[in-house]
Design a protein around this ligand. Structure first.
Ligand SMILES: Nc1ncnc2c1ncn2[C@@H]1O[C@H](COP(=O)(O)OP(=O)(O)OP(=O)(O)O)[C@@H](O)[C@H]1O
Ligand SMILES: [Mg+2]
Length: 598
């Protein structure tokens, strides 16, 4: 980004883009093209509409809305007006939404629709700072203090006409050190923290991303479905506008797989869960197919893996291997890639660890996943693998213009212009996070190799110390367990215990297909999980994972849970990470019981 504020960047791209396509918006079974001109016009109306309400520069504006065009309009409109946006996850429960609104002292809230409005309606009387609620879709009639977006836009047009030049001078007043956003952390380790970032943090990182991944180009298409309330979704949105990539919105989180086929994006950013699901699905389909197809798939995967390893060493496959790959690609991989739209240059994964096995599986079929690592406190990314330099199992090298260090106790340290300003209302926590030399203490443990590739081991606080005094990173073992196609989720436990235990959940596709082959009539996953033959079968699979581990790392006993951990039950973050504390509170007694039988 050649500009140092998002305001300048947005206005420049709207002008340059003109009538070319900025967004693809799902509407009535198709995608409507929206031009830069249109976005420029509507966001100006929104910015002026908010100014017409008498809000002051720097006031906080919240957005409670899913990943869709209207979110982008609300965010850009507010930012252009000099306001600070504090988004809320659409999946948040009422009390979580209220917490954020109160914590950041929001003066205005954009709310997606009736359903989201119902979430906060009861809290309005407890939020004296919240003067206005604006509904982005649906009918605001009869809802106190609530206006429709059309009324705001119309007020904005009138205000703009009555105050010539006021919009320009406001957007221009905003400087690089001004606050851009208060982004709440995922809440994996405790209540979410309000991370205050400045314009220059995101402006810097957008430029840095483009340097790290120069294959990003104007006119490519990106499919957005990650929550925009999360820093990764936010950065992705800023970057797409900066580079002038066409942003297509998925219809919703459940249609992503289908929308991939329709939109055929060039780039996609996701959390590992999506890749894990795709992997499990492919394996389940193969296990359902006839012997010939199974053999063909195994052969192709073997060839793909060989080619992948060759490419990982920086070599180009030649001779017989190249020929075999040609056929493997024709017969198997091309079809798999078609399910991903067939046009992807690469995927990006972040937010949680991606297993090296899954990364290699995708690479074998011709799709490179570039894993990155970061946190809300550094606008979501601080290291990333590059198209020309990647190592599976690592999160890549430091972003251009930033530094990575490792503290004496193994903690990953981060320094650079992407590091946040402060935790809102918590100076003590800010001082603890950023030391006097400007290093951000990530709370994660990792190692750097001689070529500068970072490996993230686990969170410092999650490291399990067994009663035998061994330090174990549960994430590694969880990922190994999840590589098994029957295992959907894994949670490893055992701090101050003699050995490790785990909670596992079953992949529905694989398990149901297996049960069918075994002649087990039960189709309900919860009841299936309780069957002794299922437990015995899983035991064998756990045994084989244990075979790859040192004795003290092995999972000696496990509980099969009848359903996946979920966001609704408060067990997962909006980025689908397991909240360990919640899981221990809920299921600790099940796990403790495993030790009692000794
Ligand atoms: N590629 C990755 N591999 C391993 N861990 C990752 C990766 N990317 C991100 N993480 C984890 O995610 C964290 C950042 O996530 P985020 O800022 O969304 O909130 P959180 O740390 O999960 O939640 P909270 O701070 O509220 O507990 C990192 O500190 C790290 O633990
Ligand atoms: Mg964190």
């Amino acid at each position: 980004m050649k500009e140092n504020t998002l305001n300048r960047m947005f206005l420049d791209r709207f002008r340059v883009g003109g009538d070319t396509v900025r967004y693809l918006v799902p509407e009535a079974g198709a995608w409507r093209s929206v031009s830069y001109d249109e976005v420029g016009r509507v966001t100006r109306e929104i910015a002026c509409g908010l100014m017409s309400l008498g809000l002051s520069r720097g006031d906080r504006v919240s957005i409670l809305c899913s990943t869709r065009y209207e979110w982008a309009l609300a965010d850009i409109g507010a930012v252009l007006g000099g306001f600070v946006t504090a988004p809320i996850y659409p999946s948040s429960r009422p009390e979580q939404a209220e917490f954020i609104l109160a914590h950041c002292g929001a003066r205005l809230l954009f709310v997606e629709d009736e359903e989201q409005h119902n979430k906060i309606a009861g809290a309005l009387s407890r939020l004296p700072s919240l003067a206005h609620v604006v509904m982005l879709t649906g009918d605001p009639a009869g809802r106190p203090a609530t206006t429709g977006i059309d009324a705001i836009r119309s007020a904005g047009r009138d205000w703009d006409a009555a105050n010539p030049g006021a919009f320009e001078s406001r957007t221009d007043e905003v400087g690089p050190d001004d606050e851009l956003t208060i982004t709440y952390t995922s809440g994996t380790t405790g209540p979410p923290k309000g991370v205050v970032s400045r314009h220059r943090n995101y402006a810097f990182l957008s430029t840095s991303c483009l340097e790290a991944i120069p294959v990003l180009r104007k006119g490519q298409t990106m499919l957005h479905f990650l929550p925009l309330a999360h820093t990764t979704g936010r950065l992705e949105h800023v970057l797409s506008c900066d580079v002038m990539i066409i942003s297509a919105f998925a219809r919703n989180i459940l249609t992503v797989a289908e929308d991939l086929g329709t939109i055929r994006p060039d780039i996609m950013v996701s959390v590992p869960r999506l890749y894990e699901k795709f992997y499990a699905k492919v394996l389940a389909t193969v296990s359902e197919s006839g012997l010939l197809k199974k053999m063909l798939f195994r052969w192709a995967l073997g060839v793909g893996r060989r080619v992948s390893r060759c490419r990982q060493r920086g070599e180009t496959p030649a001779g017989m291997t190249a020929l075999e790959f040609f056929f493997a690609d024709r017969l198997v991989f091309r079809k798999l890639r078609a399910r991903l739209g067939g046009r992807l240059s690469f995927f990006v994964s972040g937010g949680a660890p991606l297993s090296a096995e899954i990364a290699e599986f995708f690479h074998a079929m011709g799709v490179l996943i570039l894993e990155g690592y970061g946190m809300t406190e550094n606008c979501s990314v601080t290291t990333v693998n590059r198209v020309e330099a990647f190592k599976f199992g690592t999160v890549g090298r430091a972003m251009p213009g930033t530094e990575i260090g490792i503290a004496a106790d193994g903690e990953i340290l981060i320094r650079g212009p992407h590091v946040f300003k402060e935790y809102l209302g918590d100076p003590a926590a800010t001082r603890e996070a950023i030391d006097a030399d400007g290093w951000l203490h990530s709370g994660d443990i990792g190692t750097l190799d001689s070529e500068g590739f970072l490996r993230v081991t686990d969170r410092k606080k999650d490291i399990i110390v067994t009663s035998g005094g061994k330090n174990i990173a549960p994430q590694n073992i969880e990922n190994l367990l999840k590589n098994d196609s029957f295992v959907s989720q894994a949670f490893v436990y055992g701090d101050r215990r003699k050995y490790l235990t785990a909670i596992l959940t079953l992949s529905p596709e694989e398990t149901l297909a297996w049960a069918g082959r075994r002649g087990i009539a039960e189709r309900d996953l919860e009841r299936l999980s309780a069957l002794p033959e299922v437990k015995a079968f899983l035991q064998k699979r756990v045994d084989s994972v244990n075979g790859q581990l040192a004795t003290f790392e092995q999972v000696k006993k496990f509980v099969l849970l009848g359903r996946d951990f979920s966001q609704e039950a408060g067990e997962l973050t909006p980025t689908l990470k397991i909240k360990r504390k919640v899981v221990i509170e809920k299921y600790g007694s099940l796990l403790d019981a495993l030790y009692e039988r000794d």
